[in-house]
Design a protein around this ligand. Sequence first.
Ligand code: ASP
Length: 323
Amino acid sequence: METHTGNVLVLATGGSIAQTSPDDPTLTGDALLEAIPELRDKFGILVEQMAQVSSPDITAEHWLELAIRINKAAADDQIQGIVVTHGTDTLEETAFFLNLIVKSDKPVVIVGAMRRPYALGADGAANLHDAVATASCREARGRGVLVVLNSEIHPARDVTKTTFSLDAFKSRDFGPLGQMANGRPIFYRRSERKHTLRSAFPSDLCRLPRVAIVYSHAGVTPDVLEAAAASGYEGIVWAGTGSGSLPKAIRPAATAVVNNGLAFVRASRVNCGYIKRNDEVDDDALGFITADSLNPQKARILLMLSLTQTNDPVKIQRFFDTH
Ligand code: ASP
């Protein structure tokens, strides 16, 4: 049975969970907590406002600031766990970034809402309650960064926003890690891939390399890839059809990308499933990296972090095989 001791630090960033107008998230983290008085009765809670934006406006700078704050909080004996309130559009990206760069086994839980606070059936208060309960739970330690919405607990690596209804967040290939029952988390499995304390990436980064995603379609022509390659990016994620396919018309441009020293990752716009390496494309010979089962937006984050360590596609592939 878990015991609740110590404080939960809630870091607010905005998103629909705090959005009272169609345009802007106006509610502060404190206001979100005031709406759920029983939370403060049950848990010690500290609140800090890190940003006040919709999540499409979240940038790499927000990620780096959150990482610094969370790593500092995780080193504080008074803090048992950390919750980040966040818009749902890019929630999975912030969660995966933190999963790779937070150096602690204390629970870090990212939460949002599919409905605004004053909508009928708003889900924000219940989700925030579940997130705080999870962050204060010993059994949540060492499982990597968690995403809690709709009474489900997902691993940051695998979860993605799939639709606009209350059950939008799915870990499609592998399923959730656990669920909420009677206001407390119950876990059924662990993520095997490296995260937090076992991740290969340092926590003291102050800049991230620029990586672009290029989206493929029937009849795609090389100019889109060439334009991205000429725009100063250090790497490109190809959101290919099917298993990250590379049409014959694109292969010379993709090869030129690698020959010019950029990293090239094959991912899939299908957003699930494992990319078969050296199957239809000779990835080893061409110096391509494959995204394993990461969707393009997650592959972009892992490539950004990988490029802080090495430009060698063989070494980068090892990061993709293990994280
Ligand atoms: N526009 C919102 C965002 O900040 C959507 C949401 O939070 O559900 O991502």
